[in-house]
Design a protein around this ligand. Structure first.
Ligand code: PMP
Length: 354
């Protein structure tokens, strides 16, 4: 078995893979999950249970809708302003990385954008702080975990305007207070399930405030009105997400996985800080628990270390091209034993260099 530190799509629990494989062969009474209609009562039950589990696991208050959409987080970059940014209004964005930049680029197609702060000048190695969100902003948008750079914003910035958050790479990894958000979205392919599914959690009252006519597929209200079945949903992705949500619940839920995620991240950062061959790339206080980015003091050793890690079954740790070095993603399904394997490889590599 490989230790898969890939950034997404990424490792899911082995039992989820097995159950998903079984459902491809026989989901219900000899029929594959791939051949049933999304209008069957069996699949309606899948959507209903997945929605219930998202609400239960994240403790979603009443007044919010959970939606299963397509188009990835990238389509949300456009859907958010189309639904929330009225003519002549300005939306505020925190620029904490490339995904945030892409989100605000799409908002500019729709209306005015105010960038409250950016850490671009430091290649996004920290989360900007002490910024001001104008009280007349249509909404404030930020990315809670910057997958490429390995920074994470744990506290929801204080503001009186609606808060929209791209949680693609840390949703379900830690306890959040959903009531502080008006819209949360996430591409599923990290902690929720396989690619092809996007989750949105929308506070119902934030919708319907602007005059723009939005095409039905891009309108949150059409998906709410049709229970995520406005058109054919990604049946298999939703089913696998359901299996994964069941797994998370059976493990004790988000608080339990958060404790495990903390332990995994601490173990790896401890080694990065101890081992003289390696160094972290981000400001310590902003370090992500999901994506741990690091480089080597001697860049010439990076290729040999990557090869050495791969020989030991460690895959997916090559850093994103805009940061270089390494990125170890520690999503929910990655067991701590995989982190121990990486730490051991770093230690043995250090000994080899001595
Ligand atoms: N936002 C973040 C934080 C991401 O990590 C990613 C992809 N990894 C995206 C947005 C884009 O997601 P998608 O590929 O689902 O459009």
């Amino acid at each position: 078995m490989k230790h898969n530190f890939g950034a997404g799509p990424c490792i899911l629990p082995q039992e989820v893979f097995k159950q998903a494989a079984q459902a491809v062969l026989d989901f219900n009474d000899g029929l594959s999950i791939l051949e049933i209609s999304h209008r069957t009562s069996e699949f309606e039950a899948v959507v209903a249970e997945a929605e219930k589990l998202v609400k239960e696991l994240l403790n979603v208050p009443s007044g919010y809708s959970v939606l299963f959409l397509q188009g990835g987080a990238s389509l949300q970059f456009a859907m958010v302003p189309m639904n929330l940014l009225g003519d002549g209004q300005t939306a505020s964005y925190l620029d904490s990385g490339v995904w945030a930049t892409k989100a605000l680029k799409e908002a500019k197609f729709v209306g005015n954008v105010n960038v409250v702060a950016s850490s671009k000048e430091a290649n996004y190695t920290y989360i900007p702080k002490d910024f001001e969100i104008p009280a007349d902003s249509a909404y404030f948008h930020y990315t809670s975990n910057n997958t490429i750079y390995g920074t994470e914003l744990f506290d929801v910035p204080a503001t009186s305007v609606p808060v929209v958050c791209d949680m693609s790479s840390d949703i379900m990894s830690r306890v959040i207070d959903v009531s502080k958000f008006d819209l949360i979205y996430a591409g599923a392919q990290k902690n929720v399930g396989p690619a092809g599914l996007t989750i949105a959690i929308v506070k119902n009252e934030v919708l319907g405030k602007i005059d723009r006519k939005v095409p039905s597929m891009l309108n949150y209200q059409s998906h709410i009105d049709n229970g995520s079945m406005y058109n054919t949903p990604p049946v298999f992705s939703i089913y696998v997400a359901l299996l994964n949500l069941r797994w998370l619940k059976s493990k004790g839920g988000v608080a339990q996985i958060e404790a495990e995620n903390k332990a995994k991240a601490e173990a790896l950062y401890r080694e990065i800080d101890r081992n003289p061959l390696f160094k972290g790339t981000c400001k310590v206080e902003d370090r992500s628990r999901m994506n741990v980015c690091f480089v080597m003091e001697n860049p010439e050793l990076e290729k040999p270390f990557l090869k050495y890690a791969e020989e030991n079954g460690i895959v997916g740790i090559k850093g994103h091209r805009s940061v270089g070095g390494f990125r170890a993603s520690l999503y929910n399904a990655l067991p701590i034993t995989s982190v121990h394997a990486l730490v051991e490889a770093m230690q043995l590599f250090e000994e080899k260099q001595a």
